[in-house]
Design a binder for this molecule. Structure first.
Ligand SMILES: N[C@@H](CCC(=O)N[C@@H](CS)C(=O)NCC(=O)O)C(=O)O
Length: 322
C-alpha cells in the first residue's frame, strides 16, 4: 500500500486526520471519452474492490464485453500497491505486461503524484488515463457506446435522476464509504460515528425496500448497483474486518432478499469473486489484521430463492419503450 510522489513509488499506509477519521483522496483523472471507438479503451480492475466492481457490472449490463477488454490486478495489495502477479489471481497486464499498476499511472504522467487506485479506464490511442473515478466511468458506460452496441438500457434515466442522485448522496457517505470510515478509523470516536451512521442508513434502506422492489421504485437503477457492490462484501468482510458488526445483511430480510435478486441478475454472479474479496481485505491491511489470517466463513448462498416478486418490478429502464 503506498502512493506515487513525483512519479516515484513510496510504500506508506493511509494517513488519517488528527481526529482519527479516514480521508479518501479524490480521483484525479475525470475526463469524458474522446470518442466511442470499439477496442480503443482498456479497463483495469480489482475483483476485490467495490468501486471497480461497479464498472464491471455496468460493462456486462451494457453489453460492452467485446468492446472493452479488462485486466485484473492481483488480490494482494502489498508494498508495491496493486500488482499484476498472476500467481495471486491477476490476469497480468494485457496491454504492456507491466508488473505494477503504478507503472500505468506513470505512463499517463511520469511525474504523477497521488494514490494508485482501481478502476482505471485507459485510452490505448492517446496512452493516457481517461478516468479513474468509478461513479463517472459507470455514467460513461451507461450511454457512450450505445451507438455501437444498440443497447438501449438506461440505468440513470432522466425522470429518475433526482431520486437516484438523492439516494447516492446519502448512501455514499454512510454505507459505501461508511464501512471504510469505520474500518480505517484510528480513534474510538471516529469509529463509533461511522458505525452509527452506517447502521442508521441500513435500517432506513431496509424499511424503504419493504414497500418497493428497488431503491428508486419500480426500476432497477444505478443507485441499486452502487449499493450492491458494498452489501455483497458486507457479511464476508466488513462485518468482521471493519468491525461493522451491529447486524449482518443476513439479519435484514428485505436487504438480503434484494441482494439475492441483484446477484441473480443475468451476468452479475460472474462479476463476484469471493476469493479475491476475502483474501484482499484480510491479507492486504496489515495494520488491521497483522497475521493475515483469512476467515473460512461465513456460509452464504446468494443463489437461494428471494421473495422480491411480491413487489412490482419493471427491471432496467429501456429507452426504446419511451
Ligand atoms: N473514488 C474512487 C475510489 C477508488 C479506490 O479507492 N479504490 C481502492 C480499491 S477498493 C484502491 O485502489 N486503493 C488503493 C489506494 O488507496 O492506495 C472510485 O470510486 O473510483
Amino acid at each position: 500500500m503506498g502512493l506515487l510522489i513525483d512519479g516515484r513509488w513510496h510504500d506508506q499506509w493511509y494517513e488519517s486526520s488528527k481526529d482519527g477519521t479516514f480521508q479518501r483522496e479524490n480521483a484525479q483523472r475525470r475526463n469524458q471519452l474522446p470518442a466511442a471507438d470499439a477496442g480503443r479503451y482498456h479497463l483495469y480492475v480489482s475483483l476485490a474492490c467495490p468501486w471497480a466492481h461497479r464498472t464491471l457490472i455496468f460493462r456486462t449490463l451494457k453489453g460492452l464485453d467485446k468492446l472493452i477488454d479488462v485486466s485484473v490486478v492481483s488480490w494482494l495489495m502489498g508494498e508495491n500497491g496493486w500488482t499484476f502477479d498472476t500467481a495471486l489471481g491477476s490476469t497480468g497486464d494485457k496491454l504492456d505486461q507491466l508488473e505494477f499498476l503504478h507503472q500505468r499511472y506513470t505512463r499517463d504522467d511520469p511525474h504523477y503524484t497521488g494514490r494508485v487506485t482501481v478502476p482505471v479506464l485507459w485510452d490505448k490511442q492517446e496512452q493516457r488515463i481517461v478516468n479513474n473515478e468509478s461513479a463517472e466511468i459507470i455514467r460513461i458506460f451507461n450511454t457512450a457506446f450505445d451507438g455501437l452496441t444498440s443497447n438501449r438500457l438506461d440505468l440513470y434515466p432522466e425522470p429518475l435522476r433526482a431520486s437516484i442522485d438523492a439516494l447516492n448522496e446519502r448512501i455514499y457517505p454512510a454505507v459505501n464509504n461508511g464501512v471504510y470510515r469505520a474500518g480505517f478509523a484510528t480513534t474510538q470516536k471516529a469509529y463509533e460515528q461511522a458505525f452509527d451512521e452506517l447502521f442508521a442508513e441500513l435500517d432506513a434502506l431496509e424499511k424503504l425496500l419493504n414497500d418497493q422492489r428497488y431503491l428508486a421504485g419500480e426500476y432497477l437503477t444505478e443507485a441499486d448497483w452502487r449499493l450492491f457492490t458494498t452489501l455483497i462484501r458486507f457479511d464476508a468482510v466488513y462485518h468482521g474486518h471493519f468491525k461493522c458488526n451491529l447486524r449482518r445483511i443476513a439479519d435484514y430480510p428485505n436487504l438480503s432478499n434484494w441482494l439475492r435478486e441483484l446477484y441473480q441478475w443475468p451476468g452479475v454472479a460472474e462479476t463476484v469473486n469471493m476469493e479475491h474479496i476475502q483474501h484482499h481485505y484480510y491479507m492486504s491491511h496489515k495494520t488491521i489484521n497483522p497475521n493475515g489470517i483469512v476467515p473460512k466463513g461465513p456460509l452464504q448462498d446468494f443463489a437461494a430463492r428471494h421473495d422480491r416478486e411480491r413487489l412490482v418490478g419493471r427491471g432496467i429502464w429501456d429507452k426504446t419503450s419511451f
